[in-house]
Design a protein around this ligand. Structure first.
Ligand code: FAD
Length: 470
């Protein structure tokens, strides 16, 4: 339920300068940034523990020109990163949107490390598709649950109030679309109202809302949704009702490598390091290297919507840095055999077909040639025994369309003017992936959560200051 109610004559139980809806990465970072600027902040989170999709993610954040890159001798810049973002999305996103987040994310990561002690490090042993430099950063476990736990710890240590089990159901706004406060439901069925001077929407996209997914992302209408179920599109619905512009609503991040039925993400390093995907007939069916996001719909078009990701021991060692992969191994989702025929038997597929597929892949690697799908195997190391395979399916991770924002993460109306006091960050805002799954560059999700989260928090705090000074 996401309503806009008239603010006229409404009495609020209490008032806080900056209210943030949503306690994922975007909300926590916005809260830290606003608090640091001296504003009183309240985070409202519908769950009993703030986690969001952030906790489900690998927690990997792309950032250019960081000190961690410099220490590893990697040259990179916001301009190169923005060019990669636009290249992946075929020029669809507004270049100003790409430049904004590419510029902001590196300093935001260093700020989180320096000021709040997040032990950030660079993923320096593989390159994600579409990234022209090794610029993915993460925490030691390479898991989003560590990211959200550490952000929550920082928010708590800063003394910022986070009210959990506070499901915001309505915004109170006036005729000029100024938000005066919000209403939230409590687990006992009661509801409360809090007034605010500025509101940050950090309640992500609409991946958890079947109806909105069916309308905007029909190719994944029946796909497994792998994100946080509480992300019901409230930001989009509220924003649109207030006259906000929205863009690229069909854009999304899918993933073509979710272990099935284990339901665990299998890192795409299994592919970029030289692995391949075959269907249940033992045949390859795509250029896997285009990216994991578009691969979701491609895998779902295979018999039974299933594929096998096939790789080897060397690649498994790289993948093991990820908590998810270790979990998949612990659950027995990663099969191992000394030769392709043995692997095929475990996979219960035709051994001759798998052997023929892998022989062809090895020939392409030896010759440094491209296949009929356009995948270039030049420089890819051969697969060697023992071989590994995981049964996977395609899933929707999160939506990338959303509310259009400006350089201060202020939500814009359909004429391009900022709404009076509304900001959006993370999945609530339009991302930088364009309108297609193939436009998603790895890390675009947390990119807007971290970069816009900080911008939104700072801007909301300064808007409050300006209002107080008037
Ligand atoms: C499996 C998986 C892996 C991923 N891996 C990566 C990765 O490695 N790198 C990357 O960049 N991105 C990744 N992503 C995407 C990334 O997780 C998201 O883009 C990012 O976490 C969005 O952050 P957020 O703060 O906007 O939303 P969230 O973290 O989802 O937080 C939104 C919060 O808002 C709350 N909320 C919603 N509605 C309301 C309401 N009405 N009232 C109160 N609270 C509300 C929700 O409960 C939730 O806690 C991944 C996603 C998935 C699903």
């Amino acid at each position: 339920m996401s309503r806009i109610l008239p603010a006229d004559g409404v009495e609020f139980e209490f008032t806080v300068p900056v209210v943030v809806i949503g306690g994922g990465a975007a909300g926590m970072i916005a809260a830290l940034a606003a608090h640091e600027q001296g504003a009183g902040v309240l985070v409202l989170e519908r769950d009993a523990l703030p986690q969001g999709s952030t906790a489900l993610s690998a927690g990997l954040i792309p950032a250019p020109g960081t000190r961690w890159q410099r220490a590893a001798g990697i040259e990179d810049s916001p301009e190169l990163f923005a060019a990669d973002i636009l290249g992946k999305a075929k020029g669809e996103p507004d270049p100003a949107d790409a430049a904004r987040v590419a510029r902001a994310v590196g300093p935001a990561l260093e700020w989180l490390a320096d000021r709040y002690g997040l032990p950030v490090s660079l993923v320096d042993n593989f390159t994600y598709p579409g990234h022209g430099a090794r610029r993915m950063h993460g925490l030691p476990s390479r898991s989003g649950s560590e990211l959200i736990d550490r952000l929550r710890g920082a928010v708590e240590a800063a003394g910022i109030d986070v009210l959990c089990e506070a499901h915001v159901t309505a915004l109170y706004a006036d005729a000029a679309s100024r938000v005066h406060g919000v209403e939230f439901a409590r687990p006992d069925g009661s509801s409360e109202r809090v007034g605010c001077s500025a509101l940050v929407l950090a309640c992500n996209g609409y991946g958890g809302n079947r109806e909105l997914v069916g309308r905007h992302v029909p190719e994944l209408a029946d796909a497994l949704y792998f994100g946080h179920p509480g992300n019901q599109g409230d930001a989009l619905l509220w924003g649109e009702a207030l006259g906000a512009a929205s863009r690229h609503l069909s854009g999304h991040q899918g993933h073509g490598s979710v272990a099935h039925p284990a339901g665990i993400l299998v890192t795409w390093a299994t592919i970029t390091e030289g692995g391949v995907q075959v269907n249940t007939e033992g045949r390859r069916f795509s250029n896997e290297e285009q990216g994991y996001s578009e691969q979701a719909a491609i895998v779902l078009r295979q018999p039974d919507g299933i594929a096998w990701t096939v790789f080897d021991d060397r690649i498994a060692a790289i993948a093991r840095q990820f908590e998810d992969f270790r979990q998949a191994e612990a659950m027995g989702a990663v099969l191992t055999a000394d030769d392709p025929a043995g692997l095929a038997r475990l996979m219960k597929i035709d051994p001759d077909a798998l052997a023929a597929t892998l022989t062809e892949v090895e020939r392409l690697k030896r010759e440094g040639a491209a296949d009929g799908f356009g995948r270039d195997f030049a420089g890819a190391p051969p697969l060697a025994a023992p071989y590994r395979a995981v049964r996977v399916t395609g899933a929707l991770f999160h939506t990338q369309g959303g509310l259009v924002v400006d350089d201060d993460a202020r939500v814009l109306d359909r004429q391009g003017r900022p709404l009076p006091n509304l900001h959006a960050a993370g999945g609530a805002a339009c991302g930088v992936s364009g309108s297609k799954a193939s436009g998603y560059l790895s890390g675009n999700g947390l990119l807007t959560a971290v970069a816009l989260g900080r911008i939104a928090g700072q801007a909301a705090a300064s808007a409050v200051r300006e209002e107080n000074d008037r």
